[in-house]
Structure formats: C-alpha cells, structure tokens
Design a protein around this ligand. Structure first.
Ligand code: AP5
Ligand code: MG
Length: 223
C-alpha cells in the first residue's frame, strides 16, 4: 500500500520547492501537477493543446483533462511507494476524484499539508522565480539565487527561464482562482481531520524541517 501526501496552497507559496526537498529527503515520488500539464503542452499532445488556453489565462484546466493526465501518471513505474501530490486536488470535484481513485486501491490521503503566506510574499516570489528548462530546478532571483554565470546549480546547463504565467496579470487571476475554487478545500479536508497548517512565510529550511516531521508522523510506523 502506498502512502499519499498532498501539499496544498496558493500559487508561489513554495509547494514545488518544498515537495522536491521532502521527496529527496524521504524517498518519495514528487508528482507536480503543473509540470505534468506543461509537459503535455510542450509535446503538443491533444490534452496539452486543450490545457494551454486555461493555463495561459491562470484558470484551472478542466478536471477531466488533469485527471486523465494524473491517473495515467500514477500507474507508471516512476511512482514509488510514498507519493507527494503537488497541485492536486484543486477543487472539490478533484478532491472527490482522488479519494475515489485511492479508495478503489485500498489507499487514502494520509495528510494534506496546507502551506500559507501573505499575498505580498506570493507576488514577490512568483515575480522573481526562475526555472531550469533542462531539469526543473526552481530558483528565486533574490531568495534562492542561481549561480552568477546563469547556469543551473543542479544540472549545470544554461537554460533558466521565467514561466509565462508568472507575468503580473496572470498571477492576479491565479490568485483569484485559488481563492474561489481551491481554498474551500481547507474546510473540506479540515472536516476530515487530515489537514496540517505550515507557515510557509519562513525560510526554506525551517519550512522543510516542519514538513518532513509531519510526513514522517503521518506515515506507516516503519517508513
Ligand atoms: P502550478 O505549476 O502548480 O502553479 P501554482 O499552483 O500556481 O504554483 P506555483 O508552481 O506557481 O508555486 P509553488 O507553490 O510551487 O511555489 P515554488 O516552490 O515554485 O500550476 C500551473 C497552472 O497549471 C495552474 O495555474 C493551472 O492552470 C494548471 N493546473 C495545475 N494543477 C491543476 C489542477 N489540479 N487542476 C486544474 N489546473 C491545474 O516557489 C515560488 C518561488 O518562491 C520560487 O522562486 C522559490 O525559489 C521561492 N521560494 C519558495 N519557498 C521560499 C521561501 N520559504 N522563502 C523564500 N523564497 C521561497
Ligand atoms: Mg509549483
């Protein structure tokens, strides 16, 4: 039986940064929904073509599209026994879909980590973010700088870029979408007693120490 953890929170709060650290530290598979969608878009796959108009406007991609991408991915050999979902679920429909998927396999979400930060912090983190096209490493031009020569500290390549949806107008829509469609899940998972709040406003290492502890406490005793 696999352990499933969801890392949850608004755009720019640090889900991807923290999920990568936790996955490496604890031997988990990091399933980054946004990255999976961007992969389909890059490949011009039919699902990616449909997704593009929503992503570029900061709206949620229709659930039937992301669910097809996600549930296919969860059946691949990349996914090992401890799974960290980053960016899924983002709506009530998606929460019920993942519950149904897991339930059908005798599995369940063991914990939902709710990362929080102020709106000012989110906007500043998104506007300074840079990513490596080659390996997906995430940097920030002020808080988590890449090497001075513009290379990637993880893979050494020179392919840092800014995401199209990190432009100010799209960021505003992404934050509104989060508030209207995703934030209500805090009450939904709160009602099930599986949510744990983590203050994501603090530095990366302090936040990651809290997250690792919560995941360990929620997992099987021998994990
Ligand atoms: P996605 O790629 O998931 O974007 P998001 O949720 O908007 O989140 P981000 O990736 O922007 O932020 P993050 O929380 O991962 O922060 P990060 O660690 O990078 O989704 C993109 C789009 O795809 C969506 O808008 C939607 O259209 C679609 N989509 C995705 N999932 C979907 C779903 N389930 N259903 C429908 N549509 C879906 O950190 C941000 C920056 O801050 C970085 O520069 C980092 O270095 C820095 N930073 C991180 N932590 C700290 C810290 N503690 N201190 C200082 N700096 C920090
Ligand atoms: Mg992310």
């Amino acid at each position: 039986m696999r352990q499933f953890v969801a890392i949850f929170g608004p755009p720019g709060v640090g889900k991807g940064t923290q999920a990568k650290i936790a996955a490496e530290k604890l031997g988990m598979t990091h399933v980054d929904m946004g990255n999976i969608i961007r992969g389909y878009m890059r490949d011009n796959h039919a699902l990616g073509v449909k997704a593009r108009e929503f992503v570029s406007h900061g709206r949620l991609v229709p659930s039937e599209i992301v669910e097809e991408m996600l549930f296919d991915y969860l059946e691949t050999d990349y996914v090992i026994s401890r799974v960290l979902l980053d960016g899924f679920p983002r709506s009530l429909v998606q929460a019920q879909s993942i519950e149904k998927y897991l339930d059908g396999r005798g599995e369940a979400l063991s914990v939902v980590i709710n990362l929080t930060a102020s709106v000012e912090t989110l906007v500043s983190r998104l506007s300074g973010r840079r990513l490596c096209r080659a390996c997906g490493a995430v940097y920030h031009m002020e808080f988590n700088r890449p090497p001075e020569d513009g290379s990637c500290a993880s893979c050494g390549k020179f392919e840092l870029y800014q995401r199209d949806d990190d432009k100010p107008d799209t960021v505003r829509t992404r934050l509104e979408t989060y508030n209207s469609e995703t934030a209500p899940l805090i009450d939904y998972f709160g009602g099930q007693g599986v949510i744990r709040d983590v203050d994501g406003q603090r530095d990366i290492d302090t936040v990651s120490a809290d997250i690792a502890r919560i995941i360990q406490e929620s997992g099987p005793k021998d994990a």
